[in-house]
Design a protein around this ligand. Structure first.
Ligand SMILES: [Zn+2]
Length: 325
């Protein structure tokens, strides 16, 4: 079963000097498409549900679909909650079987952020789930980011007092599309890495859409091992949908919608593949055996969770829609 601890995957990244893409989904057809594309290029990946999507895709469904696709895959996969909006939401994701969750307390005071993140870590670790925290608020297309960058000394204190496994940093990165060319503060990143070096904590970069390949490589060289991707991937899917509509003016519904969905997914996986090449996670065969033998964490469904073929003798492929859960 190639469902692995998120932290095992990140440890392999650090050792091999590459980063893994953390791809945010907003529909249940996407995890499988992302995992199949990762298999083609032999890249580990993190499949992510952002907290804001829970009202559209519940955590149990997402975990089931992703775990099933992961189990049949030949690459390591982990399942992550990004920007958990509350402790309760993080707990729901942990109990649904995610292998890591992020509690986002970046808008709280330093002390409140520490207090809540520590609680998320306690709950997560009790269930074998890694926890990510955020210090220093990330910008968005609408918010100035210069005032909210992560302070290295505070990062050290935050990691020490919370026990987080993964730290999201603000070094000039921003969610959504950037208003101009993003300028990442690599000096600050190096200081943060040094400050948290004594602790078993990995660094992640959010707001990957629009950062240049050069800057990704510099960030990875300074210790970034996980990069969050969403906006640009969705944008590629959307562009494909628009093109598909233009090319099919005789659209009548029914199976045409399947074709259109497939085109959207092609956009998602094209950008995923590009990222895996930029982050140098593609073709990482040498780390696969170790990761594949790692004991999965938070495996609430158990290793004996039946395959699609076992549940349905008529099952012919790897599709998710026609399986009976
Ligand atoms: Zn983010």
């Amino acid at each position: 079963m190639p469902l692995v601890k998120t932290t095992d995957m990140l440890a392999a990244c650090l050792k091999g000097k590459y980063a893994v893409g953390a791809f945010n989904i907003n529909g249940l057809d996407q995890p499988k498409a992302l995992i199949e594309a990762a298999e083609k290029i032999k890249s580990p990946l993190i499949v992510v549900e952002p907290g804001v999507i829970e009202k559209y895709v519940n955590f149990e469904d997402f975990a089931l679909v992703t775990r099933r696709a992961a189990r049949d895959a030949g690459v390591p996969v982990s399942i992550h909650l990004s920007h958990g909006l509350s402790l309760e939401q993080c707990e729901r994701a942990v109990l649904a079987g995610f292998t890591s969750v992020m509690y986002d307390g970046s808008k709280l005071s330093f002390e409140e952020n520490i207090e809540n993140t520590r609680k998320a870590v306690e709950f997560g670790h009790k269930h074998g789930c890694a926890v990510e925290g955020e210090l220093g608020a990330l910008g968005s297309s609408f918010v100035d980011i210069t005032e909210t960058m992560t302070d290295p000394e505070k990062a050290r204190e935050f990691v020490e007092r919370t026990g987080v496994d993964i730290l999201a940093v603000s070094i000039g990165n921003s969610h959504g599309f950037y208003k101009g060319t993003p300028h990442l503060d690599f000096e600050r990143l190096a200081e943060i890495r040094k400050a948290i070096e004594p602790y078993p904590c990995y660094l992640t970069l959010h707001g990957g859409s629009g950062i240049s390949e050069d800057h990704f490589k510099k960030a990875i060289a300074e210790g970034i091992v996980k990069v969050c991707i969403y906006t640009e991937m969705c944008s590629e899917g959307r562009a494909n949908a628009i093109r598909w509509y233009a090319e099919h003016p005789d659209y009548t519904g029914n199976y045409d919608t399947c074709d259109m969905t497939a085109e959207i997914l092609k956009g998602f996986v094209a950008y995923e593949t590009k990222c895996a090449e930029m982050f140098e996670s593609a073709g990482r065969d040498e780390v696969l055996p170790d990761l594949l033998n790692a004991v999965p964490v938070n495996d609430r469904l158990g290793p004996e969770y039946p395959s699609a073929a076992a549940l349905n003798p008529d099952f012919k492929g790897k599709g998710i829609y026609w399986d009976k859960f």
